[in-house]
Ligand binder design. Sequence first.
Ligand code: WT7
Length: 635
Amino acid sequence: MSNYHIKHLEEYYQVYRKSVREPENFWEEVAEEHFMWRKKWNNVLSWDFSKPEIKWFEGAQLNVTENCIDRHLVTRGDKTAIIFEPNDPKENSEHITYKQLHERVCKFANVLKNEGIKKGDRVCIYLPMIPELAISVLACARIGAIHSVVFAGFSSTALSTRINDSDCKIVITSDGSYRGAKTIDLKTIVDEALESCDGVKSVLVVKRINSDIQMKDGRDKWLQPLLDNASADYEAEIMNAEDPLFILYTSGSTGKPKGMVHTTAGYMVYTAYTFKNVFQYKEDDVYWCTADIGWITGHSYIVYGPLANGATTVMFEGVPSYPDFGRFWEIVEKHKVNQFYTAPTAIRALAKQGLELVEKYDLSSLKVLGSVGEPINEEAWHWYNDNIGKKNSPIVDTWWQTETGGIMITPIPFVTPTKHTYATLPFIGIQPTLMDENRNELKGNQVDGGLCIKFPWPSMARTIWGNHQRYKDTYFSTYENKYFTGDGALRDEVGYYRITGRVDDVIIVSGHNLGTAPIEDAINEHPAVAESAIVGFPHEVKGNALYGYVILKDTGESRNHNNLRKEINQIITEHIGPIAKLDKIQFTKGLPKTRSGKIMRRILRKIACKDTSNLGDTSTLLNPEVVQDIIENVL
Ligand code: WT7
């Protein structure tokens, strides 16, 4: 039996049981056998959720980049570590071998050192999906600086808030970025942001779009000449297991974004271990995660997890719709991608297009399909399964969060039988539990409640940067001695978990708890529906009633809206019951989404409640223009 690579369901249950009964022995074995340590730990785990304080592999010393790069040089020096696929298919893709990655990371590390960056300093990275993004992340890890990657779609205000919150000394950016047919002037956004960031002393600029930009004397420097003059060796800084590796901001339901702090050893061990198993990565496979490194998915499953396993990982600069909606499938064919990991929102957008764009390409290399970010609805699941996987590639619906660092509830492909809309079983070492409204643990199956985790896992965030109290209040105060995820879930008769959505999205109608996700799933079953979102609004008799925003498929034919409303409610009645019928259905062209593709229900809720005086901050929306349109057509 191998603890590291699970291949059968029986093995999963055995290893899972071990990971729960003897977590310290279990993780010690994984850590010992599969990673490179400068010094071993004195203690595998100490924890106290009441403080909360969690320490894994205390006393150990290591550098994550020695695990992600150096140790592969002998056996995989000429293997491709990163395939860079540019925005424009006419531009050549780039294959960066482990040897080249080593050299480029060392050079970048020397540049940072020459800029005066030391262990523990915070470095803000605001770059598009180009190789320098992964390389700068790794260069920070090599010198022990704490990277804070800010997604390069965020506005200057969002950027400056994040830079100031963690007191970054330096910003790494580019002259601009390509996004489909558009270019974005990233450097101008950085300039605006820095007007309110006194702590930033220097800005390193990658040349990507060759635009004519302003360089501020004494502050801004082009990166390339500095790299050209830098040494290609850099002795990795020796880090303690619990030294912070990075900060990554995630938005809460209220207040300013939370800088989640991830530390070194536990994060590395868990992301590597999950990567290996959840994607069943084998030595010559090509793995592609379409996320941006600006999100946790990119940190854990484009950079750290794959590289720690010596994998080949694809970085795609562009968007799924450029030059047309066949772009993803073209890339799968071109690089013979074996594992493909994307988000339901992308799947739904692609499913709206004709199948010709899929059928044009050879997708036979695919072995595993992943989904992350929100519940994948039944219709999208089937489309993905039938047309992309050709019913041959298991779909891994991976549930996790920025805070969890790695995948928590997921099928293991070829091991766990999948079930659509279910994230299925807890991953090895993860102890989920469901809580009822009286804050008691729900025993047994066929129950639903608040999803908590009752035992630490190696990659959990350790704190919120500069605000430990908020960390405690947000995650460890709702239920005593448990990490509260903020999600609701149900456990079926065989112990599979289905994530039902954020608990704050639960709507109580006539005393019945209704999750938005299952209702949306039902609506999306209607052949004319592309996407939908449900919110509650006050109702005299029921307390709350349901308001649905529905995007119709673009079929060219016009449909009678009242008939459609009846049909949609009929489907809901069939799937859930008449209690879940919608009182109002507004047809709309778009839904307000965050840049990570999540529907901003907060805004939709306010509009449905006719309370549009204060919609809060809409600046981080991907498509702020749809908001006005929805307000004008509210029912
Ligand atoms: C929230 C975390 C983890 C990387 C991307 C999002 C929702 C995430 C799933 C899934 C149902 C999911 C949850 C979670 N979520 N994956 N497979 N099924 N819901 O990271 O921005 O921190 O968001 O995304 O609600 O709490 P994030």
